[in-house]
Design a protein around this ligand. Structure first.
Ligand SMILES: [Zn+2]
Length: 147
């Protein structure tokens, strides 16, 4: 397919955005995609990042896989967690497979078009400003009030 184009201008911005764990404030993802503008998955409202289209640097650890019951059957999720343990997101293919795709996607049209290279980020698991995280808000509250 030669006329493969992206219609989503928000993911072609050169600016990078940093997102932080909503609980502890640790950096979890740096991406050129403005996640506020990304589509949401209808089944669970997760933010959908197309890794074929977007640069993503993940500062999360690979975690367990789990099966989630959906309307049309079981779905396997390979999960990403913040260093603090909070579940941040998941992908539908194994970590090994996504790493292999990342290595060869530059020169393989077939891989580019493969329809599974998505990263799903739980909507309320990340914040754009680390000061919005629960822990840092709690700490600043403590510094102000001593409680
Ligand atoms: Zn965290």
């Amino acid at each position: 397919m030669k006329n493969y184009t992206s219609f989503n201008s928000s993911i072609q911005e050169k600016e990078l955005f940093s997102y932080y764990c909503a609980l502890c404030g640790a950096l979890v993802i740096v991406t050129n995609a403005s996640l506020e503008k990304m589509p949401l998955r209808s089944s669970d409202n997760a933010i959908v990042i197309d890794r074929k289209e977007s640069f993503c640097k993940l500062y999360m650890r690979k975690s367990n896989s789990a099966y989630i019951k959906r309307k049309n059957g079981l779905e396997q999720q390979f999960r990403w967690r913040c260093e603090c343990g909070v579940l941040i997101g998941y992908q539908a293919i194994s970590f090994e497979e996504s790493e292999r795709l990342a290595e060869i996607k530059e020169d393989s049209e077939e891989i580019k078009l493969k329809n599974k290279a998505f990263l799903y980020i739980l909507n309320d698991a990340i914040v754009l400003n680390m000061h919005s995280s629960s822990l840092i808000q709690r700490l600043s509250e403590y510094v102000k009030t001593g409680k």
